[in-house]
Design a protein around this ligand. Structure first.
Ligand SMILES: Cc1ncc(COP(=O)(O)O)c(C=O)c1O
Length: 411
């Protein structure tokens, strides 16, 4: 029979995340307690004012411009200028159904190759495959906080023949929960070799030290920024994201707009109007409360897991940690995750899904298995979130971490 699917699409494999999810379902059906540290979705409710803005705009039924609502693009442009001091005018911003779609369209339009560093978000490589762009990997180390060094980046660029390159950078990072501390040095290399940088800043508003840093501050001329409502305000399902494009790459912006017009047309109107409220309203209190919760739970997990059996870098943003279980007992991180799930009920994802070799005994641990509404609405009177509070509001996290820690001691 004739093959009906394109060769590049056949290369896309279901990730091992699905295997873990299936196993979780099976265990839950058998009545076993599962600690859901695998799935990464904000636990917090969308701020009420933004929900109300969505309700008030539910009747807006007309298609909006392909590039997105002008007022929303203006407010994102202002927000970026305020936070990082870099000017991406409204004409250079495109609103997309999640930042994921913006990235996909860039891959489809772009004629070149892609540099990724392990660990990387699960969708970057499949999207490059869909766009038929070859991927080159840089393996990072714990010592450099799981980001590439400038020397590694330079060496990789020199080893690639193609000179049309996009380097994708994501800080705070999914899956490591760490922040890139050498943005300036990476920007120097990027500039030297005329790289395009895609700075995935979807978690930047969940930076625990509250210092918003972007590689665009050092290399604005060729840095794309992607962001949106999915993480900081918990509205992943609303599908509102954006791309901010530098002037020099306006051709690619035009291509993205054409692709948008021939695929999804425009992002749904009510959500775009509601997103204006998200960027123009005052959500300082919501942001500081959610960050305080994530930072406190993250540090609790870090402090209670790290040992000579579990290596781990401190949490700096987003809601992930990347523990390492250095031992030779397991053939792969997939097997490691399956055994941990079987023996403790703790579900995590294998780091082989994030670009590491299967032999690296790393996992992604997502520490948000708690009721975000209840936690957010509790009144702590400005108190630091101590162990007692975490035990009360995040009991699954506390119990799961205890089980994992006891399990690791026997390794
Ligand atoms: C690193 C990273 N980038 C991008 C996205 C996509 O976010 P969205 O398409 O919801 O804007 C995610 C979502 O999980 C992510 O973890």
């Amino acid at each position: 029979m004739k093959e009906l699917t394109k060769k590049n699409i056949l290369r896309l494999k279901p990730s091992s995340t699905l295997v873990i999810n299936e196993k979780c379902k099976e265990l839950i059906q058998k009545g076993k307690k599962v600690y859901q540290f695998g799935f990464g979705q904000s636990p917090f409710p969308v701020p009420e004012k933004i929900v109300n803005a969505l309700k008030e705009n539910a009747h807006k039924k007309e298609y909006l411009p392909i590039q997105g609502l002008k007022r929303l693009r203006e407010s994102i442009s202002k927000d970026l200028r305020k936070k990082i001091g870099v000017d991406y005018p409204k004409e250079n911003i495109v609103i997309t159904p999640g930042s994921k779609e913006a990235m996909l369209l860039l891959h489809v339009a772009f004629n070149g190759e892609i540099i990724l560093s392990a660990p990387s978000w699960v969708s970057y490589e499949p999207q490059a495959i869909i766009g038929r762009n070859k991927v080159h990997w840089i393996q990072t180390s714990r010592e450099n906080n799981w980001f590439p060094t400038a020397q590694q980046l330079e060496k990789k660029i020199k080893s690639i023949k193609c000179k049309n390159l996009i380097f994708i950078l994501n800080s705070p990072n999914n899956p490591s929960g760490t922040i890139c501390k050498n943005l300036k040095e990476l920007a120097v290399v990027a500039k030297k070799y005329d790289l395009i940088v895609l700075s995935d800043e979807i978690y930047t508003d969940l930076t625990f030290c509250n210092k918003y840093e972007s590689i665009s501050q050092f290399y604005p001329e060729k840095t794309f920024i992607s962001g949106g409502l999915s993480k900081w305000c918990g509205a992943g399902g609303w599908r509102v994201g954006f791309f901010a494009v530098p002037n020099k790459l306006s051709n690619l912006l035009d291509n993205i707009k054409t692709l948008a017009s021939e695929s999804y047309s425009t992002v749904n109107s009510p959500a775009q109007f509601a997103a204006v409220e998200a960027y123009e309203g005052d959500f300082k209190e919501y942001k500081s409360k959610t960050i305080n919760i994530l930072k406190s739970v993250g540090n609790y997990v870090y402090n209670n897991l790290k040992s000579n059996k579990i290596l781990i870098n401190p949490p700096q943003g987003a809601f992930y940690l990347m523990p390492e279980f250095p031992n030779k007992k397991f053939k792969s991180s997939i097997e490691l995750c399956e055994v941990i799930l079987d023996e403790t009920g703790v579900a995590m994802l294998p780091a082989s899904d994030f670009g590491f070799s299967k032999k690296k005994m790393l996992t992604r641990l997502c520490y948000i298995d708690f009721d975000g509404s209840e936690f957010l609405n509790a009144n702590f009177n400005g108190k630091i979130l101590n162990h007692k509070i975490i035990e009360k509001y995040a009991p699954n996290v506390v119990e799961g971490i205890k089980k994992l820690s006891i399990w690791a001691k026997k390794l």
